[in-house]
Write a protein that binds this ligand. Structure first.
Ligand SMILES: C[S@@+](CC[C@H](N)C(=O)[O-])C[C@H]1O[C@@H](n2cnc3c(N)ncnc32)[C@H](O)[C@@H]1O
Length: 202
């Protein structure tokens, strides 16, 4: 970052305000970088910036720089759980009605997708994960491997491999990503691996 760069910080819940400031400053001719963790297009700021720029009818060019999203960062710490089809679901009902999240969980769990859960729980919000757990247990075997990764790639990183039945005993917070395996997921040499169907003896 340039030494004389102007830094505008934002807080959770004020994302639109931050995007508006960024677009406004870009319209004034400044070079603006919107920082968003992981991949900006995965539950990140990319969408809001594009929407605000369109709303403001500005012609500022917007470039989206891809990053490593928590799903693949967590998968790499666990082994290779995502080599087959998977579904990514956020348990935050701030912007998505809970009924819709439930429908998506039911659909993914009943269709044997590996499931990645973002925004699993915070101190004051533990109910969604408990409900998601019950929905998944209706369709997925209790001994299915589950990987829980906190602070992937950051200081304080924690990696746990457990089972669906036991997953709620792990430490889970808002910087945690959970990966629930599918019916072909196993634990080999301490790593979570989803078999893709190759014949290893050929
Ligand atoms: C609003 S989403 C932002 C996702 C981000 N744009 C990305 O691509 O990773 C926030 C959620 O991402 C997950 N997450 C973000 N960073 C993480 C990390 N370092 N380790 C584990 N999970 C992380 C957590 O589930 C967290 O609740």
């Amino acid at each position: 970052m340039k030494k004389n760069a102007e830094v505008v910080s934002g807080t959770m819940g004020r994302e639109v305000e931050r995007a508006k400031i960024a677009v406004e400053k870009a319209s004034e001719g400044k070079r603006v970088v919107m920082v968003s963790s992981g991949d900006p297009g995965v539950y990140g700021m990319a969408g809001i910036v594009l929407e605000v720029a369109a709303m403001e009818k500005t012609n500022v060019p917007v470039e989206i720089v891809p990053g490593v999203t928590a799903a693949t960062a967590a998968a790499s710490k666990l082994g290779a759980p995502l080599v087959s089809d998977f579904a990514v679901i956020s348990l935050s009902d701030l912007l998505t009605p809970w009924e819709k999240i439930e429908r998506r969980l039911e659909a993914a769990a009943s269709a044997d997708f590996a499931i990645i859960l973002y925004n699993p729980q915070s101190q004051g919000r533990i109910e969604p994960l408990a409900k998601a757990y019950e929905i998944m247990l209706k369709h997925i075997k209790p001994d299915t491997p589950v990987g829980i990764v906190r602070q992937a790639g950051r200081e304080g990183e924690g990696v746990t491999i457990t089972t669906l039945k036991e997953m709620l005993n792990a430490e889970i917070d808002m910087v945690t990503t959970i990966i629930v395996g599918n019916s072909a997921t196993k634990v080999v040499n301490g790593k979570m691996v989803t078999a893709r169907g190759y014949d290893l003896k050929e």
